[in-house]
Design a binder for this molecule. Structure first.
Ligand code: C2E
Ligand code: CA
Ligand code: CA
Length: 567
């Protein structure tokens, strides 16, 4: 709502100070520009504010006064819905009081003894402008749910603290809730709101103990700008404990990213980095706290570079596909059965980049389908080339990312690839990681079912690394289970691990799906898996992923065994 004060009348300013000399000084500074009224203590101030609430543009409020002090006035005004849009600038000589006043909702502060006139005028003018602009767009300063600042005001205040007190060591903390949409989906929005409210309360309690300000930046993201703190693990635990106590059973995980204070780094940048740190927590099941460091800065620079270079890389064929063989180990000698296509990036300046460095990055920003499409096309072309040249068709598995599965054009893409190379569908196998099955399972299963009906074989990749339960497994449309490498690593030394592998093999037999063991490196691992009835083995024991010219030699060797058998 636009107030009458904007219609060219001089704006009304209330000056509250118990010292006459201070009232006079401020009056003198401001009188040429504003209409001024005065109060000499908190009680008078409140009645003036009340009486002039529709006209007041700003209140300049002394904090230390007899009877009712400035903090009490602030609190009363902030709690009163009719008054709380009137901006208040506090007047104080005490450094620590400023921040407390800001936390309590003061719009700004002016330090005593009074600064230069220009500074005071500028601040008063700016606050009025800000508050009128704010009323124009009728944005609320606070988030209703948590009573923390909303993002614009938060940054306005953070910048102010930074500019007025560059010497204060303020850290940036970003916190959010892992898979908050799931929390909402599974427990309802009201429950989700309660979680956010609780977190807001606890953040405000924390800010009562240290100094700082906080905001609910959006949905479930909270930003905290506070004096440097030493024990972030303890802080995260404190918030997490609160949530656990309330959410009994529903497991809700907080994530926290911190960018500690650094001289000359502005709040916006500080928070960008805290955000980056927070997002790196994703997928890390051990720690939910990340403190930004130089490695991450380098990593960010590299990521940006890779994102910029991707399109060019595709055009220039810098992406290369390697093939790692899978062997059938239930025959003697083991026979080459198929391959997995694994991508590498030969960057002209950075050298060979492993997929672990760029796949997760592109998965996050959606570019992954560019890479995957490239690999699918290339792998299909290669299958056909070997078939034509060597007279042998080696099926190849390609990796699908979660985003691919939800691409409406997916089936069409595969149809075209198959058609162009005159392949039968079962030559191209599709690996879908287990974790994709647990998110949005319904839609995924539908898509996979359709692909299977066409004749594609589906492999569930990284089985055992995610959360899919065994009873889910029976309803999943899959043809092959790829046991996660982590299972294989210790089977020689750890009986429990080997029991697990045997159990998975039992279940697979029961479900009539075959099993690939990945990451098999030693002869002993191979022997154990073979005895336990595992069909297929992939791993360094047989071969690393190979360029096509080298893989070709394996095919030729395989053909020679065939000939030997026939002779
Ligand atoms: P993945 O699909 O689980 O692939 C298996 C990874 O294990 C490969 O790493 C492979 O080189 C490695 N590996 C194979 N045998 C052994 C072994 O005996 N010991 C050890 N320690 N490692 C072994 P790579 O090629 O670095 O790929 C890493 C991941 O990147 C893949 O994991 C896959 O998730 C992803 N990826 C690779 N290519 C593509 C692609 O074209 N598209 C998509 N979406 N993801 C891909
Ligand atoms: Ca794979
Ligand atoms: Ca895997």
């Amino acid at each position: 709502m636009i107030k009458s004060k904007q219609l060219n009348k001089p704006q009304l300013v209330l000056v509250v100070d118990d010292q006459e000399i201070n009232r006079d000084v401020l009056g003198m500074i401001l009188e040429d520009y504003y209409e001024i009224i005065y109060a000499s203590n908190g009680i008078e101030a409140l009645s003036q504010i009340e009486a002039n609430r529709d006209e007041l543009s700003v209140v300049l409020l002394d904090l230390l006064m007899p009877e009712m002090d400035g903090f009490q006035v602030l609190e009363r005004v902030r709690k009163d819905e009719r008054l709380n849009s009137i901006p208040i600038i506090v007047l104080t000589a005490e450094k620590n009081a400023e921040l407390r006043a800001l936390q309590m909702g003061a719009a700004d502060f002016i330090t005593k003894p009074f600064d230069m006139h220009e500074v005071i005028l500028a601040r008063v003018g700016r606050i009025i402008e800000l508050s009128e602009g704010r009323q124009l767009i009728s944005a609320a300063e606070y988030d209703r749910l948590t009573m923390l600042y909303n993002r614009n005001f938060f940054f306005e205040y953070a910048n102010r603290i930074y500019n007025y007190h560059p010497e204060w060591k303020m850290d940036a903390i970003v916190m959010d809730i892992d898979q908050f949409h799931m929390v909402n989906d599974m427990n309802g929005r009201d429950f989700g709101d309660n979680v956010l409210r609780l977190l807001g309360n606890e953040i405000r309690a924390f800010l009562g103990e240290t100094e700082g300000i906080a905001s609910r930046f959006e949905a479930d993201r909270f930003d905290i700008y506070c004096k440097h703190y030493d024990d972030y693990p303890a802080l995260l635990e404190r918030f997490q404990d609160k949530i656990n106590a309330m959410s009994k059973g529903a497991s809700i995980r907080l994530r926290m990213g911190v960018k500690p204070w650094k001289e000359g780094v502005e709040p916006v940048l500080l928070f960008d980095r805290a955000r980056a740190a927070c997002s790196m927590v994703r997928g890390n099941y051990k720690s939910h706290l990340m403190i930004y460091n130089e490695d991450m800065r380098m990593r960010e620079i590299l990521n940006q570079r890779l994102l910029n270079d991707l399109r060019r890389a595709v055009e220039n064929h810098e992406l290369k596909v390697l093939y790692q063989p899978k062997y059938n180990v239930q025959v003697d000698p083991p026979r080459l059965s198929s391959a997995e296509a694994l991508v590498r990036w030969w960057h002209p300046e950075l050298g060979m980049i492993s997929p672990a460095s760029f796949i997760p990055l592109f998965e996050n920003n959606g570019e992954i389908s560019v890479v995957d499409n490239y690999v699918w096309v290339e792998a299909a072309r290669q299958i056909a080339a070997w078939r034509d040249k060597l007279g042998m068709t080696i099926p190849v598995s390609v990796n699908l990312s979660r985003v691919d599965v939800f691409d409406p054009a997916l089936e069409e893409i595969f149809d075209r690839i198959i058609e162009e190379n005159q392949l039968s569908h079962n030559c191209l196998k599709l690996e879908v990681t287990e974790s994709a099955y647990t998110e949005n399972a319904g839609q995924l299963i539908e898509v996979i079912e359709r692909l299977r009906k066409k004749g594609f074989e589906i492999e569930m990749d990284d089985f055992g690394s995610g959360y899919s339960s065994l009873n889910m497994l029976s309803s999943m449309p899959i043809d092959v289970l790829k046991m996660d490498m982590a299972f294989i690593r210790n089977i020689e030394h750890n009986a429990t691990d080997f029991r697990l592998v045997e159990l998975i093999l039992d279940i697979a037999r029961y479900l009539k799906v075959s099993v690939v063991a990945e990451g098999v490196e030693t002869e002993e691992q191979l022997a154990m898996l073979k005895n336990a009835g595992c069909d297929l083995v992939q791993g360094y024991y047989f071969s690393r992923p190979l360029p096509p010219e080298d893989f070709e030699k394996l095919i030729i060797k395989e053909k020679n065994i065939d000939r030997g058998n026939q002779a």
